[in-house]
Design a protein around this ligand. Structure first.
Ligand code: MLT
Ligand code: ZN
Length: 473
């Protein structure tokens, strides 16, 4: 932004955003200058909050003409700093929060069209009112927004059954960096007419344009759930149990989440109302869920049968089945509060990595030995979406240790874990994206040809580099 015209540019942007369409007081701007994990503290002179795609378009056109860098933000719940402005004070923030209408809902077409600023919970609830399921689900669903979910290709706890966000989108509307609007909100399941351009914007973390709306896929609402916390013989047993369940349940496993003993202990210690539903102590657990079109009693019977088979095969040691909605919610609460519970134990060194599902036990064992050598005394909490081959391999300091030296080792530990994941043929970012946090690592672990193609796409869509500069690539 040229210094001489800076005030004029900001003034013009405020006018384009319309009445109530911007924040320029320090106290209001401050939350947008920090990312959710407080890894970054940026600076911005202005947060724009337009209430229509037309206004987003006019704002982008003006930013394009004046070379003003723009950082789009949804619910600001991301883990990689992808929606935080840098420290320069030159970047304006573009919040989609006021684009928050459900534009259309068609139970027969099994689609819902939402503005980008609708929260995930708002979309889930709208679908539920017409007995449909929008299956994207995660701990932050009350505040994360659909535009952010698309932009980060969010994963969550039902990927095993329904796929990532990318798999749940039939079409989008987006504003390109030059202000032009591109749209295909037809809601078609088949449209084989050339490049599937929507997928450029899904997972691009706002570096190619601004997603303003999407047509989302809905599913029949399951009639019943079978939920259980299961204690495993060992880590290897997890993959065997998943396979058994998939084979014998007509592939109705929706969730298969790995939980180590320490994670369960931390949630019972720090989160009100969380208890251990099993009497004894085990090393490894999974929270698993079947979702079915059958009656509750049939689903429960199926789950009991399958877990019985697990006992016989000596892969399951113990299990608590949720026999009411309240018990199911309590199990989910335990799982979803693991990150919060871990944060009470001091800072975490985090990894969000994936490998092929069958390699997961070997990876977790080897990575655990590796980090224990690098950071003696650290506590490993490796939990998460085992059914998707995605684990949050997170380290906490030794109990009671508040020495800042722990966190200073993050870079070294991240690199060692990422080297190992690379040897396993895995990915350094399974579901949280790249943002600012993993930009350098991406350049190391993605092939030169892939990075080259990504650069060409970026240059073609955003030739002046105003879209979320410094993120991803
Ligand atoms: C989760 O699965 O709980 C989230 O992705 C958060 C995390 O990585 O800690
Ligand atoms: Zn996760």
């Amino acid at each position: 932004m040229a210094t001489s015209t800076r005030q004029e540019i900001l003034q013009q942007l405020k006018e384009l955003a319309g009445p109530g369409g911007y924040l320029d007081e320090r106290i209001d701007i401050e939350p947008y200058e920090n990312d959710f994990r407080r890894l970054y503290k940026g600076s911005t002179p202005l947060v724009l909050r337009p209430d229509s795609t037309e206004r987003v378009s006019r704002i982008m056109k003006f930013c394009f003409e004046t070379g003003t860098p723009v950082v789009p933000v949804g619910g600001n719940t991301g883990y990689c700093g992808g929606a935080t402005p840098d420290e320069s004070g030159e970047q304006v923030v573009l919040s989609l929060a006021r684009l928050n209408k459900i534009r259309g809902l068609d139970p027969l077409n099994y689609t819902l069209t939402a503005d980008a600023g609708c929260t995930l919970a708002q979309v889930q609830e709208a679908a539920e009112k017409v007995q449909r399921l929008f299956p994207l689900s995660m701990g932050s669903e009350g505040s994360c927004q659909i535009g952010g979910n698309l932009s980060t290709n969010a994963g969550g706890t039902a990927v095993l059954r329904y796929g990532n966000t990318r798999d749940l989108v039939l079409g989008i509307e987006a504003v390109l960096p030059d202000g032009s609007v591109i749209e295909n909100l037809k809601g078609l399941r088949k449209d084989n007419t050339g490049y599937d351009w929507k997928n450029l914007f899904i997972g691009a973390e706002g570096t190619l344009g601004v997603v303003t709306a999407a047509v989302l896929k809905l599913y029949p609402m399951p009639r019943s759930y079978g939920t259980a916390l299961v204690a495993l013989r060992d880590l290897d047993a997890s993959v065997e149990l998943l396979s058994l369940l998939r084979e014998q349940s007509g592939d109705s496993v929706t969730t298969f989440e790995l939980i180590p003993r320490l994670a369960l202990e931390l949630t019972t210690r720090h989160i009100d109302g969380v208890t251990d539903p099993l009497g004894k102590v085990y090393d490894w657990y999974v929270l698993l869920e079947l979702s079915c079109a059958t009656e509750e009693s049939q689903t429960q019977a199926l789950l009991e049968l399958l877990l019985g088979e697990g006992f016989e095969r000596e892969i399951v040691l113990d299990a608590a089945l949720a026999s009411s909605g309240a018990q199911r919610e309590a199990m989910w609460r335990m799982r979803e509060s693991i990150p919060e519970a871990q944060s009470h134990e001091g800072p975490s060194i985090k990894h969000d990595v994936s490998v092929q599902v069958r390699k997961m036990p070997a990876f977790v064992s080897e990575a655990t030995s590796l980090v224990k050598t690098l950071v003696p005394g650290c506590r490993v909490v490796s939990y998460g979406h085992l059914g998707d081959g995605n684990v949050h391999f997170n380290l906490s300091p030794a109990e009671g240790d508040r020495d800042p030296v722990f966190l200073e080792q993050a870079g070294r530990v991240n690199h060692a874990v990422h080297e190992l994941i690379d040897q396993y043929g895995g990915s350094i970012s399974a579901e949280h994206g790249i943002g600012r946090l993993k930009r350098e690592e991406l350049a190391v672990y993605k092939s030169a040809s892939e990075i080259g193609l990504m650069r060409k796409i970026k240059a073609a869509l955003d030739p002046s580099g105003i879209m979320n500069p410094g993120k991803v690539i």
